[in-house]
Design a protein around this ligand. Structure first.
Ligand code: C2E
Ligand code: CA
Ligand code: CA
Ligand code: CA
Length: 276
């Protein structure tokens, strides 16, 4: 009957049921996705503010679901992390990105996102070393992007992992900087080569009186002092490019330089830029 609340209660229960079913379905579909070649990588250019040249690309995972179409990584990565599939998927991204980057000029890097769950696995350095060896790219061309999530259950192993990965010769970037907790302590402990300033700070930074510009400036000054590079993320227009340059960020990433592209398109672009 209307008004007694049962209708609403029932609505929520059915919603949860539907949610749980599609979640289980999503997990099953994810399990099948690697074997069925439903994943591919798109690459987004990272541009030097000084030279205005592309210095590298970030690998971003895409899942073309057979019936649901393209599913966003923000929707399926957390599911993959929950159901234990992120390790296999993350390893595929790492190996594929290194192999695709092997066709690029020697001074162009590739950045790969690493989930905190992969980071907590002692096998990660061996996987990284193997991906480098199989692709033949030099270790310094590979940058691993890590979020503050790796510090949540911080142990001696966390610090050891940073040292081991640096020992492999790869670069380390702290991703989404400023969106987690007490980030400053991490900068002291971990040997990052780069800080990626989250796009939420870039948004609105061009508006006079906006505090974001002051925050970006402070992050850049800190990074400079610590000898780290800075990438401003989510830069969408030329006003933002101008400001980011003024604020001293060493690198820019964002739609202003185009949407992320498939490997074949990146290769073509690089070949043209190289005058081949
Ligand atoms: P992220 O690592 O912070 O990647 C940047 C995201 O911002 C990407 O979204 C990118 O397409 C988007 N972006 C780039 N430029 C602009 C811009 O100018 N404006 C706006 N509004 N957005 C921009 P995407 O590809 O949907 O990825 C979302 C997140 O999913 C990533 O955030 C990352 O956390 C995660 N992710 C993607 N690929 C992988 C992967 O291979 N492994 C793991 N563990 N996570 C991944
Ligand atoms: Ca990233
Ligand atoms: Ca980011
Ligand atoms: Ca992000």
């Amino acid at each position: 009957a209307k008004g007694d609340g049962r209708g609403i209660h029932r609505f929520f229960r059915d919603e949860l049921l539907v949610g749980a079913q599609s979640r289980k379905q999503l997990e099953d579909d994810l399990r099948n996705a690697l074997a069925s070649n439903q994943f591919y990588i798109v690459y987004q250019a990272v541009v030097s503010t000084r030279s205005e040249r592309i210095v590298g690309y970030e690998a971003l995972l895409r899942w073309e679901h057979p019936t649901r179409g393209l599913i966003s990584p923000t929707d399926f990565i957390p599911v993959a992390e929950d159901c234990g599939l992120i390790e296999a998927i993350g390893e595929w991204v790492l190996r594929t990105a290194c192999i695709e980057a092997a066709g690029w000029p020697n001074d162009v890097r590739v950045a790969v996102n690493v989930s905190p769950i992969q980071f907590a696995n002692a096998a990660l350095p061996a996987i990284v070393t193997s991906a480098l060896a199989k692709s033949g790219i030099a270790p310094h061309r590979l940058e691993l992007e890590i979020t503050e999530g790796v510090f949540v259950d911080e142990t001696a192993t966390t610090e050891q992992m940073f040292r081991t990965l640096k020992g492999c010769g790869v670069r380390l970037a702290l991703d989404d900087f400023g969106t987690g907790y007490s980030s400053l302590g991490y900068l002291k402990k971990a040997p990052f080569d780069k800080i990626k300033i989250d796009q939420s700070f870039v948004k609105g930074a061009t508006i006079a009186g906006n505090r974001n510009a002051a925050i970006i400036k402070a992050i850049v000054s800190l990074a400079d002092t610590l000898g780290m590079e800075t990438t401003a993320e989510g830069v969408e227009n030329h006003d933002e490019v101008t400001l980011i340059r003024e604020l001293g960020c060493s690198h820019i990433q964002g739609y202003v330089y185009g949407k992320p592209a498939r490997a074949a398109d990146v290769l073509m672009h690089l070949a043209i830029a190289d005058g081949m």
